[in-house]
Design a protein. Structure first.
Length: 424
C-alpha cells in the first residue's frame, strides 16, 4: 500500500468521489497539510434519520419477508438499478405504515394481556354480593375485599364480630389454600380492623371498577377478547403484506448507507475555493489504473505520493496466488499481519491442508463433503469471500482421501490427485 493525495478542481469532486466509492480501492484519511484549507461539506443528518427508520422497518418485518432460496444468494444490483429502486419505491409510506402497525399491534397485545389478567382475577369473585361500581368507602362504612388462609377465616370472622358489633364478614369463595372474603366495618373502627387484618395476614385484593356485576364483566371481557384476537389476526395479514416490500427496503437502506458514507467522506476532505484534496492509501499495483481512470474523469486531476507520518499505521491488503488465495479467509479469522510482518497465508495453507486432512480419516465422509462443496460452487450464487472458504474446503476433501486409513485408500489416490491438479 502507498499513501497518496489526489488533487483536482472542486467542480470535479462529485465524479471523483463517486469513482473512488464505487471502486473501493482507497482508504481515505483526514488530510494532513500545513496549508490553510477549508472544510468541504458537512454530513447530511437527515440520511441518518432515514437509515434509522428503514432499519426499524426491516427488522420489524423480517419474520414476514419472503424467504429467498438458499441457492439464490443475495440479490445483485448495479448502483444505477439500486437508485432506480429508490426512485420507484414508496418507502416512506411503507415505513410510516410499519410504525403505525407497531403501535396498533403493541396496543392490542397490551389490551389482550390486560383483559386476560382481569378475567383471571375476576373468575374467583363471581359470587361477589354487590356490583363492581359499589363505593368501597362511604362516610360510615369501609368495604374490604381480599383473602386469608382457609384455616384462619373462621377465627378472623369471630374476632371481628366480637370486637366490632357493626361488622360483616362473608365468604365469597374457597380455594385450595385461601378463602376469598368481603368485610364491611364501621369507619370508626378502621384502626382496630387493620390490627386484626395484620395479625391474620389478610391479603387485600383491589377489584376493578365497572358499572356491572362480576359475571356481567366477565361476559363483556370474553366478547372483547374475541374482538381483540380478531384485530391481532388482521395485523398478521398486514405484516405479511408489508413484508413483501422488505427486499426493496433493504435496497433503499443500502443506497442511503452508501450515500451517507459519501457524506462522511466529505468530512475528511479539505480544499480551497476552487480545488480539493483527497488523501489516503491505495494498493501500489492499482495506482496506474486509478491515474488513468481519474484522467478520463477530468484532465485537471493529479496524484502525488506522500510520506506517511512517523506514528501512522500502514493499512494491509493481502495478495496471494490462486493456490493460496482461498486460505486468506483463515488468516483474516486470526487477524491481519502488520505492514512489517510476513503474510502467513502461503505457509498456513500447506499445514492447514495437511493437518485438516488428517482429521478427516473417513473417506466416505470426505467424499460427501467434496460433493456438497462442488455443488455449492457450481450452482449457488455465493459472494467472493464465501467462494474462497468453499473452494478451500473443496480442495481439502481430496487430501482427506489420501490420508484415509481405509483399505480403499489407493483406489482413491488417483481420483483425488486429478481434481487437485485441475484446481491449481
Amino acid at each position: 500500500m502507498q499513501k497518496i493525495q489526489i488533487l483536482g478542481m472542486k467542480s470535479d469532486l462529485p465524479k471523483v468521489l463517486d469513482y473512488l466509492q464505487e471502486q473501493g480501492m482507497m482508504q481515505v484519511e483526514e488530510v494532513s497539510s500545513e496549508m490553510e484549507l477549508e472544510d468541504m461539506e458537512k454530513a447530511d443528518h437527515d440520511l441518518d434519520f432515514q437509515i434509522a427508520q428503514l432499519d426499524f422497518a426491516i427488522k420489524f418485518l423480517r419474520d414476514y419477508a419472503p424467504k429467498r432460496p438458499i441457492w439464490a444468494g443475495k440479490p445483485l444490483l448495479t448502483f444505477e438499478s439500486a437508485l432506480g429502486t429508490v426512485e420507484k419505491s414508496d418507502y416512506k409510506n411503507i415505513v410510516d405504515a410499519a410504525h403505525k402497525l407497531e403501535e396498533d399491534f403493541v396496543a392490542d397485545q397490551n389490551e389482550l394481556q390486560s383483559l386476560q389478567d382481569e378475567r383471571k382475577l375476576l373468575k374467583d369473585w363471581t359470587r361477589l354480593p354487590f356490583d363492581l361500581n359499589t363505593p368501597r368507602e362511604t362516610n360510615t362504612v369501609s368495604i374490604f375485599t381480599g383473602s386469608v388462609l382457609k384455616t384462619e377465616f373462621d377465627n378472623l370472622k369471630k374476632e371481628l364480630t366480637t370486637m366490632i358489633e357493626l361488622s360483616s364478614t362473608e365468604k365469597v369463595k374457597e380455594t385450595n389454600q385461601n378463602t376469598l372474603l368481603v368485610c364491611a366495618v364501621s369507619i370508626k373502627h378502621l384502626d382496630e380492623v387493620k390490627v386484626v387484618f395484620n395479625r391474620f395476614k389478610f391479603q387485600a385484593v383491589d377489584l376493578p371498577v365497572h358499572e356491572m356485576s362480576v359475571p356481567e364483566r366477565i361476559k363483556e371481557i370474553d366478547q372483547k377478547l374475541i374482538k381483540t384476537q380478531e384485530k391481532l389476526t388482521a395485523h398478521e395479514k398486514t405484516f405479511k403484506d408489508l413484508g413483501q416490500h422488505s427486499e426493496n427496503l433493504q435496497i433503499v437502506h443500502d443506497v442511503f448507507v452508501w450515500q451517507r458514507d459519501g457524506h462522511d467522506l466529505h468530512e475528511k476532505l479539505r480544499g480551497t475555493t476552487y480545488s480539493f484534496i483527497v488523501e489516503g492509501w491505495i494498493p501500489t499495483l492499482e495506482r496506474k489504473n486509478i491515474e488513468d481512470d481519474l484522467q478520463k474523469i477530468s484532465k485537471q486531476t493529479a496524484i502525488q505520493s506522500i510520506k506517511p507520518n512517523k506514528d501512522e499505521e500502514q493499512p494491509i491488503l493481502l495478495r496471494n496466488k490462486k493456490a493460496a488465495w482461498p486460505f486468506e479467509t483463515v488468516t483474516k479469522l486470526y487477524g491481519f499481519p502488520t505492514a512489517s510482518e510476513v503474510d502467513p497465508t502461503p505457509f498456513l495453507a500447506t499445514f492447514f491442508i495437511m493437518f485438516f486432512a488428517l482429521c478427516l480419516t473417513d473417506a466416505g465422509y470426505g467424499l460427501s463433503l467434496f460433493i456438497i462443496m462442488a455443488v455449492a460452487l457450481k450452482f449457488f450464487n455465493l459472494p467472493q469471500e464465501s467462494k474462497g472458504l468453499i473452494k478451500q474446503s473443496y480442495f481439502i476433501q481430496h487430501f482427506s482421501f489420501i490420508e484415509s486409513g481405509t483399505t480403499t485408500r489407493n483406489a482413491y489416490f488417483f481420483n483425488s490427485i486429478k481434481p487437485a491438479i485441475i484446481y491449481f
